[in-house]
Design a protein. Sequence first.
Length: 268
Amino acid sequence: MSIIDFHTHVFPDELAPRAVAKLIENAMATGVSMKNHTNATINGLEESMRKNGINASVTLAIATKPAQVSPINMACAESIRQNIIPFGSLHPDMENFEAEIDFLVNHKIKGIKLHPEYQYFYVDDKRLYPMYEKLSSSGLIVVFHTGKDPGPFTCDHALAPAIRQIHLDFPKLKIVGAHMGGWMLWDEAEETLAGLDIFLDTSAIYYLMAKEDFARLCRKHGCEKIVFGSDSPWYDQGECVKWIMETSLTDHEKEIILRTNATRLLDL
């Protein structure tokens, strides 16, 4: 079975050691134990993919400052490979987001990642609505971090009701709610998001969410709207695939989550 990992992170070679150390420090400051399973570079990710039978990975970048947006997106445009699908980034405080979105479209970048905790904004803040409108009309996919986060954050910037409101206000916007719609807040995600015409990814749930709860949420939401994600380097890609294979989902449900849905969403 071919597998597409919809949620991974990489950093430039020279930045990766510092970035990994800082993110681990942030998590440990809140009592969460975290370690990296690759060196967090593209080469490290590709090595993991070869080892674990992953055919393609989406890499998600996060601009924590407006000045980082253009350099990140240019780097994404240069890192497209047959097996690496880079997503760009925008920032809520940036100027001229329209031109940046046009750049992403023109360079065949299929989506962006927004992380409301690291970028410190509420997803349903009306000042972002012009950006959402442009993203919707452009056809770009938007991956939202959702729920809590293992770091020094308020963890209230991307809750399930706000994600639901964005979908209602922009029904054509291609939304992927990371971490099954709300990291560590899965009851709320199930009550609020299940059944909506948005995608959820499976990243960072392994060994935290009960397998029976995962299978129930997948079926309640619709397995055809679930995409596999590992959150590499923080999770081992092979262990994440193994965890899903051990659930009570049918072989067909596992196949569409691990490959088919991402193929369709990414228009591969």
